[in-house]
Design a protein around this ligand. Structure first.
Ligand code: GLP
Length: 240
């Protein structure tokens, strides 16, 4: 059973998770972090600089969960760019040590296997930050994703494209495909920390934490993991 921590607000969640990340970096300056995009992990990234103080973060390694396919890496909404802007630059990490899946159309065939190899070569992810979609997706593993899936190209659902259209000029510009770590990849991380805030996540959180294990709610895969922390506000916890 996941450890569920109910916090008063996003800032408290950010502080809690940032404290744990800072301790991990202190214990191992080459720690491998699993990074997530979306609005949910932002309080963690925002709380980190104050906690890192003068710590040496130049050797910290990281792997992002997912990327759009066919988007230019310099596009402001490519997850490569989002991770650089929201995590790497503010924290002063070394961009060469922070990987995102390769979303180039050309290499898509091999990109999944390459990414899996890179994570394994790094010794695996120590702490994986996760958000959750309103339909229960984690990373870009949409409903129907296998619990054993590894990094691969997926088609985005209409719902997710609509949800993410706010980041683009129009829905037509939201890519049709993505490359995402699989549920099997995510489950290999040694500690999963799933964050969720607000009423609109309540159902997905309840399904993930205590619903049946089902590919219809990909987040329920976390129940297969021995070490999961779910950090939520009252509203996101309201259906538990
Ligand atoms: C996107 C990301 C997910 C994220 C989800 C929720 O689809 N690929 O990793 O968890 O959105 O986003 P938000 O945190 O903004 O609610």
């Amino acid at each position: 059973m996941a450890e569920v921590v109910i916090v008063p607000d996003r800032a408290a969640a950010g502080a809690l998770v940032a404290d744990e990340i800072a301790s991990l970096i202190q214990a191992d300056p080459e720690v491998v972090l699993g990074l997530a995009t979306g609005s949910t992990p932002l309080p963690v990234y925002q709380a980190l600089p104050a906690r890192l103080g003068g710590m040496d973060v130049s050797r910290v390694r990281g792997f992002a969960l997912d990327e759009y396919v066919g988007i230019d890496p310099t596009h402001p909404q490519s997850y490569r760019n989002v991770i650089l802007r929201e995590v790497v630059e503010p924290l002063g990490l070394d961009p060469r040590r922070i990987r995102t899946p390769d979303g180039a159309v050309d290499g898509a065939e091999h990109a999944g296997a390459d990414y899996e190899r890179a994570i394994a070569d790094a010794g695996g992810v120590e702490l994986q930050i996760l958000g959750i979609g309103t339909d229960g997706h984690i990373g870009f593993n949409e409903p129907g994703s296998s619990f054993a899936s590894l990094t691969r190209v997926k088609t985005l659902t209409e719902q997710t494209r609509r949800d993410n259209a706010r980041f683009f000029d129009s829905i037509d510009q939201v890519p049709m495909h993505c490359i995402t770590q699989g549920l099997g990849t995510i489950l290999r991380a040694r500690h999963l920390v799933l964050l969720a805030f607000g009423q609109r996540k309540a159902e997905a959180v309840a399904g993930a934490v205590e619903g049946p294990l089902t590919a219809s709610l990909p987040g329920s895969a976390i129940q297969l993991h021995p070490r999961v922390s779910v950090v939520v506000d009252e509203a996101a916890a309201s259906r538990l």
